[in-house]
Design a protein around this ligand. Structure first.
Ligand SMILES: Nc1ncnc2c1ncn2[C@@H]1O[C@H](COP(=O)(O)OP(=O)(O)O)[C@@H](O)[C@H]1O
Ligand SMILES: [Mg+2]
Length: 151
């Protein structure tokens, strides 16, 4: 499904709805160029997960952990050179946990992404600085999110 986010408020609303709908064990992959809004969307998803800490970009630490209704493992694969590196950081335990994993630049670790993952690509429309969110998935969790976003 494609949803338009004309401003930060829209992105915040979408992120909160996604966060509120999430069940443990979900993996969300975020794609989109630098500045598209991957970290910004994650901050709003975190609100929906009842996380009160301020979520910041994990680019340099690769993985950051937050506690809320569900634990959030926020990752950024941008600086990784190989999938092995992600594994060495304990990826397997995060992905198998009953928390939620949100992975920016997930395409860099394609081989490590479960089939049930939800994929969100954020595109910038440079004419008016709008964002377009392309949300896809196969599992039950995707259908729940799709329904909530259509309401
Ligand atoms: N509709 C929007 N949704 C998300 N971010 C937006 C939007 N409009 C403007 N922005 C701005 O774009 C930037 C996105 O940065 P960030 O979330 O760090 O991107 P990324 O993690 O994809 O590199 C922020 O400065 C944010 O304020
Ligand atoms: Mg980011």
């Amino acid at each position: 499904m494609i949803i338009k986010a004309s401003n930060l408020q829209d992105t915040d609303k979408i992120g909160k709805i996604i966060g509120e709908s999430l069940k443990g064990g979900t993996v969300i992959c975020l794609e989109g160029e630098l500045g598209a809004g991957k970290t910004t969307l994650t901050q709003s998803i975190a609100k929906g997960l009842e996380i009160h800490d301020y979520v910041t970009s994990p680019t340099f630490t690769i993985i950051k952990e937050y506690n809320g209704r569900l634990n959030l493992y926020h990752m950024d694969a941008y600086r990784l050179d190989s999938e092995d590196e992600m594994y060495d950081l304990g990826y397997d335990e995060y992905i198998k946990s009953d928390g939620v994993c949100i992975i920016e630049w997930a395409s860099k670790i394609k081989g490590l992404i479960p089939k049930s993952a939800i994929n969100i690509t954020i595109n910038i429309n440079y004419e008016n600085n709008d964002r377009e969110l392309d949300i896809n998935g196969e599992g039950e969790q995707f259908n729940i999110i799709k329904e909530k976003l259509q309401e």
